[in-house]
Design a binder for this molecule. Structure first.
Ligand code: SAH
Length: 219
């Protein structure tokens, strides 16, 4: 079946426009990010029963106790990723529904998406293929365990919260590379860590709520 890219009713262009305006009101200003959100059919990344809510600024369930992140936070993290120049190679840990992956595919050269839950990975891979994004490589693995075979990266975006930052994330950053992720248990904060010549520089942003970074894989 062909994906309904245009969308009808609650998934229409007008509804998407309203979401973009809301993000602008909340302070998102990167035009490329806003344009990618405007044109990416978020409803395709949800089950049909949820798709009428796709353009609300809220996190939504995608099964397996996981959520499609709230558009505001997706926009915020993507904006930080692009803040100091356009990264070429990006590692995404916890690609879930694939929505963030689809945005990244439009904004950077190459995306390496890692997800520990196989059914989510299979579904997102299929949607991205339908949408004809060819610069994404998916991998079914626990992204906190070991270096990705394509490391190092210009940027790493992690959409699940570790209690403390795994060394293996930092080790995979190129010089000037940046890692964007939520950190914490009950109370989490959004952080960006940049690799400088001989140190890691940490910036801390708003409080956030993400699912935890988990160990192992699910078939
Ligand atoms: N950006 C995604 C977020 C999904 S929620 C979206 O909007 O759909 C976070 C995802 O991280 C979940 O799918 C979860 O399965 C995955 N995850 C958690 N721990 C992981 C790990 N160690 N390695 C890879 N993926 C992980």
């Amino acid at each position: 079946m062909k994906p309904d890219i245009g969308g009808i009713g609650m998934t229409s262009q007008r509804t998407r426009e309203r979401l973009v305006q809301r993000l602008i009101d909340q302070g998102v200003s990167n035009i490329s990010v806003l344009n990618a959100i405007r044109t990416t059919p978020r409803h395709l990344f949800l089950d049909e029963a949820m798709s009428h809510r796709a353009y609300e600024d809220t996190a939504l369930p995608i099964g397996f106790n996981q959520t499609l992140s709230q558009p505001y936070i997706v926009a915020r993290m993507t904006e930080l990723l692009l803040r100091d120049g356009r990264p070429e190679k990006v590692l995404e840990i916890g690609s879930g529904s694939g929505y963030q992956t689809a945005l990244l595919a439009q904004l950077v050269d190459q995306v390496y998406a890692v997800e520990r839950i196989k059914p989510l990975l299979d579904k997102s891979r299929k949607i991205l293929r339908q949408l004809k994004y060819r610069n994404v490589m998916f991998q079914h693995s626990d992204g906190s365990l070991e270096r990705h075979s394509y490391a190092p990266f210009d940027a790493i975006l992690c959409a699940a919260a570790p209690v403390s930052i795994p060394d293996v994330f930092l080790e995979q950053l190129m010089p000037d590379g940046r890692l964007i992720l939520p950190v914490g248990k009950e109370s989490q904060v959004l952080k960006m860590i940049t690799r400088k010549a001989d140190e890691f520089v940490t910036e801390t942003f708003e409080t956030v709520r993400f699912v935890p970074l988990c160990k192992g894989t699910v078939r």
